[in-house]
Design a protein around this ligand. Structure first.
Ligand code: GLN
Length: 489
């Protein structure tokens, strides 16, 4: 039987390819046949670049042979969320309004992975314009949770998370505006990181809420997360919010101890709202950190109760401005029914955008309108500062903060689609992190009795991804269970 290369992590694949144990082509074919086998059930991909992936793999093999190429991701098959611009294939944000759109350029993160020797397998499904927590808002298809096909994979980067969990990609790239990397990572049992705002260039990321958006990796383990972050991080003159700070070697965070490290538990996060099974697993994880020598302290994040309201004001306001460019003229869909210009704008936008995106544009336009601006948008900006201050103060008492990623494990497909507010409330533990611009990582900390993964979230100080990865790696190596592989059948 052929070796199941698709089961391996990125660093294992890279070492095997560079060590001559396997060719990039064989690895890539192994992933492509895995996709053929399981993606009709999981539906993680909206586009698979079969031929391009094989010829790219051959190119990598030739470069290794002829030039001694030693890229950090040489031969590693990766999937990309459809919100990132790629010259290859389409970039649609899983919206009807961008159907058939081809980007003339690659996002900076895509370029950086390419230079490191990655093989791109295709684009993954997402909630339309990254608005959602279940991937059910995609205009293309439903993605299913590989651990139980009746459940959602989380969102908005559900396709990316599912592709990694189902071994249909070694790693993936997603975007996180209010939890869209961490929450699907938690639902699907992989590692997901939202870096500090400014750590990674957003050039080529289709904007949702520009003051909150960040790009980050989905991986099978913490070492791969360090590897991916090191590859995509750093200043980019094409994104003026990307910060000119040196990129440390994140792999230095691995295999370190955490003795004496102070772990903060925010009192406001451990209330009745937190489901019993999730609480149990998080408390178990905290006990493991204690056993490894960490000191647990209680911290306060007193403005937590305002986070959801603040987030849904700021993100809708920014979205209403960012999405104004989709007008039926410059990109994608134009309604065939329009007879004059006004109608052309009106019909193209109302037919091209799905219901959740329309809801956000309307809300965002409202909170920015004259007469309401001060009461909503300006007020929200002020409370955002208080939320950020909460974290700065909490980090005087501790080095990392530990929380659940989500109050519940993945829910059933269809369970929350009729009630947008319920869907918004499930973002409670992830959105403050974007408002405060700090880094957050989610990783598996066990399974529910029903066999669904539970996510542990680690939060760090601005630009201190190093400590996050150090704690995550120490925990991963001592958590006492093996994540295994979902039984997809
Ligand atoms: N679920 C949140 C929302 O719907 C977060 C989305 C995201 O991070 N892109 O806005």
């Amino acid at each position: 039987m052929a070796k199941e290369w698709f089961r391996l992590t990125a660093h294992e694949i890279r070492d095997a390819v560079l060590g001559g144990a396997v060719s990039a082509e064989e690895v890539t074919r192994s992933f492509l046949s895995r996709i053929e086998q399981v993606d009709s059930k999981v539906c993680a991909y909206v586009d698979v670049w079969r031929d391009a992936a094989i010829s790219r793999a051959r190119e990598i093999d030739a470069r290794i042979r002829k030039e001694g190429f030693r890229g950090a991701l040489a031969g590693v098959p990766i999937s990309i969320k459809d919100v990132l611009c790629t010259k290859q294939g389409y970039t649609t944000c899983c919206s009807k309004i961008l159907r058939g759109y081809r980007s003339p350029f690659d996002a900076t993160v895509v370029e950086r992975l390419w230079e490191a020797g990655a093989i791109f397998l295709g684009k993954t499904n997402m909630d339309e314009f990254a608005m959602g927590s279940s991937t059910e808002n995609s205009a293309v298809q439903l993605t299913r949770n590989p651990w139980n096909l009746d459940y959602v994979p989380g969102g908005s980067s559900g396709g990316s998370a599912a592709s990694v969990a189902a071994d249909e990609a070694a790693c993936s790239l997603g975007s996180d505006t209010g939890g869209s990397i961490r929450q699907p990572a938690a639902c699907c049992g992989c590692v997901g990181l939202k870096p500090t705002y400014g750590r990674v260039s957003r050039y080529g990321l289709v904007a949702f809420a520009s003051s909150l958006d960040q790009i980050g990796p989905f991986t099978k383990d913490v070492e791969d997360c360090a590897l991916m972050l090191g590859t995509i991080a750093g200043r980019d003159p094409r994104d003026s919010t990307s910060v000119d700070l040196p990129v440390p070697d994140y792999c230095q965070a691995l295999n370190k101890d955490i003795k004496g490290l102070r772990v903060g538990m925010p009192r406001e996060y451990f209330t009745e709202a937190l489901g019993g099974e999730v609480r149990e697993k998080i408390e178990e994880a905290i006990r493991s950190l204690e056993k490894l020598g960490a000191e647990v302290v209680e911290v306060r994040l007193p403005h937590t109760e305002y986070a959801i309201a603040v987030y849904y004001i700021i993100c809708t306001a920014e979205a209403s401005a960012n999405l104004a460019r989709f007008d039926g003229v410059r990109y994608g869909y134009r309604s065939p029914r329009a007879t004059d210009m006004r109608q052309m704008y009106h019909l193209s936008r109302s037919e091209g955008f799905g219901p959740e995106v329309r809801r956000r544009i309307i809300l965002g336009t409202y909170v920015l309108s004259s007469g309401y601006y001060d009461a909503y948008y300006l007020k929200a900006q002020k409370v955002r500062s208080l939320i950020r201050q909460d974290f700065v103060k909490a980090f005087e008492m501790c080095d990392v903060i530990v929380t659940p990623t989500s109050p519940t494990p993945a829910f059933r497909i269809g369970e929350k689609t009729d009630d947008p507010l319920q869907m918004y409330l499930s973002d409670i533990y992830t959105i403050s992190v974007n408002l405060a611009a700090i880094p957050g990582l989610s990783m598996p900390c066990g399974f529910t009795k029903g066999g669904l993964p539970v996510g542990l979230q680690l939060l760090g100080k601005h630009f201190d991804e190093m400590t996050l990865l150090r704690v995550a790696d120490a925990y991963e190596k001592n958590r006492g269970f093996d994540i295994g592989h979902p039984p997809i059948n």
